[in-house]
Design a protein around this ligand. Structure first.
Ligand code: GRF
Length: 189
């Protein structure tokens, strides 16, 4: 199988990155992780890249030309697919257009509900019955691209924000790989 050269963008703990690294070791999983890009020098997730000898880059988004630096590096590593896994910076229209390939994101709610930040506190406040996660294509609008996969669970009345996050992340570890397989299921066939 010819796997897609993939870059994972992170900002934080990188548990989804770690999960995708494990999955990508499988011969039949359609991506190879060739690069990790991070906007936070102290992100714990970088350790997963180091541990697995995957090239990683800290790109300071305070620099005016940071997206140009990203593009150069994506080209250098022949990246044709991007997964945003807890990446907190919004990418510009210009960047999305100039990359011109598929970019996907994982979001901790059942989109279109609860776009943006602080999802868990809003979910509790709103007394939702169900929640979950969504993997979607990235377009120019925040958390609004075409949905690829959603996974849900029923909320317990006593669930705290922390517990909701934990339960949601357990589903993310299933949903993200599943979405990737779905996107590339016709690869080499
Ligand atoms: C995930 O819960 C994802 O839904 C959100 O950011 C979180 C990243 O977690 N976009 P991790 O860094 O993969 O552990």
């Amino acid at each position: 199988m010819v796997k897609k050269n993939t870059c994972i963008f992170i900002s934080g703990t990188g548990s989804n990155l770690n999960n995708l690294i494990t999955k990508s070791r499988n011969y039949n999983f359609p991506i190879n992780i060739k690069l990790v890009i991070c906007d936070n020098r102290n992100a714990l997730g970088i350790l997963y890249a180091k541990k697995n000898s995957i090239p990683y880059l800290f790109i300071n988004t305070k620099k005016r030309n940071f997206e140009n630096i990203m593009m150069l590096n994506l080209r250098k590593h022949k990246i044709s697919f991007i997964c945003l896994a807890g990446y907190m910076k919004i990418l510009s229209k210009k960047f999305l257009r100039s990359f011109g390939r598929k970019i996907i994101n994982i979001h901790p709610s059942l989109l279109p509900k609860f776009k943006g930040l602080n999802t868990f506190s809003r979910i509790i406040k709103n007394e939702e019955v169900k929640t979950g996660c969504t993997v979607h294509f990235v377009n120019e609008k925040l958390d609004a691209g075409k949905i690829i996969t959603k996974k849900s669970f029923f909320i317990n009345r006593i669930d705290s924000e922390d517990l909701l996050k934990k339960k949601t992340q357990q589903l993310e570890y299933l949903a993200f790989p599943e979405a990737i397989v779905k996107i590339f299921r016709h690869i080499n066939t």
